[in-house]
Design a protein around this ligand. Structure first.
Ligand code: ADP
Length: 402
């Protein structure tokens, strides 16, 4: 019998479950899909087998995560990839907040579940959904190893001087207030893939990773270890994002409460949902913003300029943090696709050794590639992220060989 080498990766959100089944010894992706709008009348499951089968869709209400996972299991079984297969080695779960407890991927048991639960106040939207996904998957396959891979784990190597806010220490410690950072799985994957692209050992490579999706974060990675990142206690800090403000003077919040009469929930919604690109120009999709700029739309132009200005400031800051930079890597939806963002963010940074070759930058590809001229002091790269593969890899490393 061949050793079990398949890993199911589950990313359970509040109303959705995304999944991928990978075969780690064959280096193959077997199936991918998602269930969305769980709990609504308009739920939908989209399943794509990657072994030549047809993409399938089902409608009809999916009441909760348990029903969603049962439906996923049925779809996989229909392709001969059922959860009861002896080839399934483990299930890897994305978990958003691991606090300071979880510095590595962790095999889930009751103690681990209790700790993820204890961290709910730090990620009230995400951790409960992640927990529901884990509990459901455990009820379907109680005998199977299940692993939690934390978004925060890669950032736990940040030194105290980067992780602490300059506020009263006792208050900060009492409420676990510090910078945790997010998107860690992507920053880990991309920093390593960037070193590979340069033909260098990750342990000897310094990389600035710019993860620019709907949420966006930057990180400074020295020798494979994160030394600073732009998201903080929550994913609100740092870069301008699709709907989030990123950095702002904290006094804006008191001002809104005192002068505009908003309560904490209203300010929370404003900064998380009605700010960033959408707050500035009404659109959060960079493609639409680029189309509007071509039509000389001023609000879209200003939103783009504010986005790029913030990005440039972080690149400069992380050059300073790292001292020596080998590469700047762009990733995620905007980073991988929006050549004008990459160009604008690096314009004028020749002094820092950063240059972009216009022709290389305009090439569209889903492979890691360099976009800096060959004689550039610092390499500039576009490196597609693959969080599912990274979660599967970390899960398999932990349990697959046992
Ligand atoms: P998420 O944070 O939701 O995982 P993604 O990494 O998928 O986000 O990025 C989504 C964003 O990527 C979209 O909102 C859009 O702004 C941007 N994007 C995707 N494709 C393109 C493109 N061809 N050009 C510019 N921006 C793009």
């Amino acid at each position: 019998m061949t050793a079990a080498s398949r890993v199911l990766v589950l990313n359970s959100g509040s109303s959705s479950v995304k999944y991928q089944l990978l075969d780690m010894s064959a280096h193959a992706r077997l199936a991918t899909g998602l269930v969305e709008r769980i709990g609504e009348e308009t739920s939908r499951l989209v399943h794509t087998p990657l072994n030549g089968g047809e993409r399938r869709e089902r409608g009809g209400r999916v009441a909760d995560h348990e029903e969603a996972l049962r439906a996923v299991a049925e779809e996989l079984a229909a392709d001969g990839l059922g959860l009861d297969s002896p080839e399934l080695a483990a299930i890897g779960h994305r978990v958003v907040h691991g606090g300071l407890t979880f510095t590595e991927p962790t095999v889930i048991d009751e103690k681990v579940l209790a700790e993820i639960e204890r961290l709910v106040p730090l990620a009230p939207l995400h951790n409960p959904a992640n927990l529901t996904g884990i509990r459901t998957a455990r009820s379907l396959r109680p005998d199977l190893p299940q692993v939690a891979v934390f978004d925060t784990a890669f950032h736990t190597t940040m030194p105290e001087h980067a992780a602490r806010y300059a506020i009263d220490r006792e208050t900060a410690d009492a409420h676990r207030i510090r910078r945790y950072g997010f998107h860690g799985t992507s920053h880990a994957f991309v920093s390593r893939a960037t070193a590979a692209l340069l033909g260098k050992d990750p342990a000897e490579t310094n990389v600035i990773v710019l993860h620019l999706g709907n949420g966006a974060s930057a990180s400074a990675v020295r020798g494979g270890r994160c030394v600073d990142t732009s998201m903080g206690l929550t994913p609100l800090e740092g870069l301008v994002m699709g709907t989030r403000s990123g950095d702002l003077d904290p006094a804006v919040i008191f001002h809104l409460m005192r002068v505009a009469g908003m309560d904490a929930d209203e300010v929370d919604r404003l900064l998380n949902k009605k700010s960033g690109l959408v707050g500035l120009c009404g659109d959060n999709d960079m493609r639409e913003i680029q189309r509007r700029i071509e039509r000389n739309d001023e609000a879209a132009r200003l939103a783009f300029d504010i986005y790029v200005h913030r990005l440039k400031k972080y690149i400069g800051a992380y050059c300073a943090v790292l001292g020596r930079v080998d590469a700047v890597a762009f990733t995620a939806g905007v980073g991988e696709n929006a050549a004008p963002v990459r160009e604008a963010a690096l314009t004028g940074l020749d002094g820092l050794g950063l240059r972009v070759d216009a022709e290389l930058n305009s090439v569209r590809s889903d492979r890691p590639r360099l976009i800096s001229p060959p004689d550039s002091r610092v390499a500039v790269a576009v490196v597609p992220t693959d969080e599912e593969l990274e979660i599967a890899r970390q899960t398999y490393e932990l349990v697959g060989t046992k």
